[in-house]
Design a protein around this ligand. Structure first.
Ligand code: FEO
Length: 172
Protein backbone atom coordinates (compact mmCIF):
# COMPACT_ATOMS: atom_id res chain seq x y z
CA UNK A 1 0.00 0.00 0.00
CA UNK A 2 1.33 3.44 -0.98
CA UNK A 3 1.57 5.95 1.82
CA UNK A 4 -0.11 9.31 1.27
CA UNK A 5 3.16 11.28 0.88
CA UNK A 6 4.31 9.04 -1.96
CA UNK A 7 0.85 8.90 -3.52
CA UNK A 8 0.79 12.71 -3.64
CA UNK A 9 4.33 12.87 -5.05
CA UNK A 10 3.57 10.34 -7.81
CA UNK A 11 0.34 12.17 -8.70
CA UNK A 12 2.44 15.32 -9.17
CA UNK A 13 4.74 13.32 -11.44
CA UNK A 14 1.70 12.19 -13.48
CA UNK A 15 0.95 15.89 -13.97
CA UNK A 16 4.58 16.58 -14.98
CA UNK A 17 4.49 13.77 -17.57
CA UNK A 18 1.14 14.96 -18.92
CA UNK A 19 2.58 18.47 -19.21
CA UNK A 20 5.62 17.05 -21.00
CA UNK A 21 3.26 15.38 -23.46
CA UNK A 22 1.39 18.62 -24.07
CA UNK A 23 4.58 20.66 -24.39
CA UNK A 24 5.86 18.28 -27.10
CA UNK A 25 2.45 18.35 -28.77
CA UNK A 26 2.62 22.14 -28.81
CA UNK A 27 6.16 21.98 -30.24
CA UNK A 28 4.99 19.47 -32.89
CA UNK A 29 2.21 21.86 -33.85
CA UNK A 30 4.70 24.78 -34.16
CA UNK A 31 6.99 22.60 -36.33
CA UNK A 32 4.09 21.57 -38.54
CA UNK A 33 2.98 25.16 -39.28
CA UNK A 34 6.58 26.25 -39.83
CA UNK A 35 7.34 23.63 -42.48
CA UNK A 36 9.35 21.16 -40.39
CA UNK A 37 7.34 17.99 -41.07
CA UNK A 38 10.08 15.63 -39.85
CA UNK A 39 10.51 17.41 -36.53
CA UNK A 40 6.71 17.49 -36.15
CA UNK A 41 6.49 13.70 -36.67
CA UNK A 42 9.29 13.18 -34.15
CA UNK A 43 7.63 15.40 -31.54
CA UNK A 44 4.15 13.93 -32.06
CA UNK A 45 5.74 10.55 -31.35
CA UNK A 46 7.53 11.95 -28.31
CA UNK A 47 4.27 13.43 -26.99
CA UNK A 48 2.69 9.96 -27.18
CA UNK A 49 5.62 8.47 -25.25
CA UNK A 50 5.18 11.04 -22.49
CA UNK A 51 1.50 10.18 -22.25
CA UNK A 52 2.52 6.55 -21.81
CA UNK A 53 4.87 7.61 -19.00
CA UNK A 54 1.95 9.27 -17.22
CA UNK A 55 -0.34 6.25 -17.74
CA UNK A 56 2.29 3.90 -16.32
CA UNK A 57 2.44 6.02 -13.14
CA UNK A 58 -1.36 6.22 -12.94
CA UNK A 59 -1.65 2.40 -13.09
CA UNK A 60 1.10 2.05 -10.49
CA UNK A 61 -0.70 4.31 -7.98
CA UNK A 62 -3.99 2.43 -8.46
CA UNK A 63 -2.33 -1.01 -8.38
CA UNK A 64 -0.74 -0.14 -5.03
CA UNK A 65 -4.09 0.68 -3.43
CA UNK A 66 -4.02 4.44 -4.06
CA UNK A 67 -6.22 6.64 -6.24
CA UNK A 68 -4.54 8.57 -9.07
CA UNK A 69 -6.63 11.73 -9.09
CA UNK A 70 -5.63 14.02 -11.96
CA UNK A 71 -4.48 17.60 -11.44
CA UNK A 72 -5.06 20.72 -13.55
CA UNK A 73 -2.41 21.26 -16.24
CA UNK A 74 -0.41 24.35 -17.20
CA UNK A 75 -0.85 25.81 -20.69
CA UNK A 76 2.20 24.89 -22.79
CA UNK A 77 4.35 27.46 -24.62
CA UNK A 78 3.18 27.83 -28.24
CA UNK A 79 5.87 30.10 -29.71
CA UNK A 80 9.51 29.27 -30.39
CA UNK A 81 12.33 31.30 -31.97
CA UNK A 82 13.65 28.56 -34.25
CA UNK A 83 13.85 24.79 -34.69
CA UNK A 84 17.03 24.80 -32.63
CA UNK A 85 15.20 26.70 -29.88
CA UNK A 86 12.54 23.94 -29.84
CA UNK A 87 15.14 21.25 -29.15
CA UNK A 88 17.02 23.35 -26.62
CA UNK A 89 13.72 23.65 -24.75
CA UNK A 90 13.23 19.85 -25.04
CA UNK A 91 16.57 19.33 -23.28
CA UNK A 92 15.80 22.00 -20.67
CA UNK A 93 12.48 20.26 -19.99
CA UNK A 94 14.03 16.79 -19.76
CA UNK A 95 16.57 18.09 -17.23
CA UNK A 96 13.68 19.36 -15.15
CA UNK A 97 11.92 15.96 -15.38
CA UNK A 98 15.14 14.20 -14.35
CA UNK A 99 15.32 16.36 -11.23
CA UNK A 100 11.67 15.51 -10.44
CA UNK A 101 12.32 11.77 -10.86
CA UNK A 102 15.37 12.04 -8.61
CA UNK A 103 13.24 13.77 -5.99
CA UNK A 104 10.70 10.93 -6.20
CA UNK A 105 13.50 8.38 -5.73
CA UNK A 106 14.65 10.35 -2.67
CA UNK A 107 11.14 10.30 -1.16
CA UNK A 108 10.82 6.54 -1.81
CA UNK A 109 14.10 6.01 0.05
CA UNK A 110 13.00 8.20 2.94
CA UNK A 111 9.71 6.29 3.14
CA UNK A 112 11.52 2.95 2.75
CA UNK A 113 9.12 1.98 -0.05
CA UNK A 114 11.31 -0.48 -1.95
CA UNK A 115 8.61 -1.42 -4.47
CA UNK A 116 8.36 2.21 -5.59
CA UNK A 117 12.13 2.50 -5.62
CA UNK A 118 12.31 -0.52 -7.90
CA UNK A 119 9.47 0.77 -10.11
CA UNK A 120 11.19 4.15 -10.52
CA UNK A 121 14.39 2.60 -11.88
CA UNK A 122 12.71 2.41 -15.30
CA UNK A 123 12.21 6.20 -15.22
CA UNK A 124 15.79 6.82 -14.06
CA UNK A 125 17.11 4.88 -17.08
CA UNK A 126 14.60 6.50 -19.43
CA UNK A 127 15.78 9.98 -18.39
CA UNK A 128 19.39 9.14 -19.29
CA UNK A 129 18.20 8.10 -22.77
CA UNK A 130 15.96 11.14 -23.23
CA UNK A 131 18.62 13.64 -22.18
CA UNK A 132 21.17 11.97 -24.41
CA UNK A 133 18.78 12.00 -27.40
CA UNK A 134 18.02 15.72 -26.94
CA UNK A 135 21.75 16.52 -26.64
CA UNK A 136 22.57 14.56 -29.79
CA UNK A 137 19.95 16.55 -31.75
CA UNK A 138 21.28 19.88 -30.41
CA UNK A 139 24.80 18.83 -31.46
CA UNK A 140 23.55 18.49 -35.04
CA UNK A 141 22.38 22.13 -34.98
CA UNK A 142 25.76 23.25 -33.70
CA UNK A 143 27.45 21.44 -36.59
CA UNK A 144 25.24 23.15 -39.19
CA UNK A 145 25.67 26.61 -37.59
CA UNK A 146 22.17 27.62 -38.71
CA UNK A 147 22.65 27.21 -42.47
CA UNK A 148 19.42 26.38 -44.35
CA UNK A 149 20.57 23.13 -46.03
CA UNK A 150 21.62 21.85 -42.62
CA UNK A 151 18.15 22.45 -41.19
CA UNK A 152 16.64 20.54 -44.10
CA UNK A 153 18.88 17.55 -43.34
CA UNK A 154 18.13 17.65 -39.61
CA UNK A 155 14.41 17.68 -40.38
CA UNK A 156 14.84 14.68 -42.70
CA UNK A 157 16.82 12.84 -40.05
CA UNK A 158 14.13 13.52 -37.44
CA UNK A 159 11.56 12.10 -39.89
CA UNK A 160 13.63 8.89 -40.19
CA UNK A 161 13.95 8.66 -36.40
CA UNK A 162 10.16 8.99 -36.04
CA UNK A 163 9.60 6.35 -38.74
CA UNK A 164 12.07 3.95 -37.06
CA UNK A 165 10.33 4.45 -33.71
CA UNK A 166 6.90 3.84 -35.30
CA UNK A 167 8.22 0.64 -36.94
CA UNK A 168 9.60 -0.55 -33.58
CA UNK A 169 6.19 0.00 -31.95
CA UNK A 170 4.43 -2.01 -34.69
CA UNK A 171 6.91 -4.90 -34.13
CA UNK A 172 6.15 -4.95 -30.38
FE1 FEO B 1 8.76 11.23 -19.36
FE2 FEO B 1 10.67 12.73 -21.20
O1 FEO B 1 10.12 12.38 -19.48
Amino acid sequence: MLNSRLEKAIIEQIKAEEESSRLYLSMASWCEVNGYAGAAAFLFMHATEEREHSLKLLSYVNDRGGHARLMALEEPTAEFNSLQDVFEKVLEHELLVTSLINKLVEISMEEKDFNTLNFLQWYVTEQIEEESLARSIIDKFRLTEGEKGGLFHIDKELASMAAAEAAAIIKI
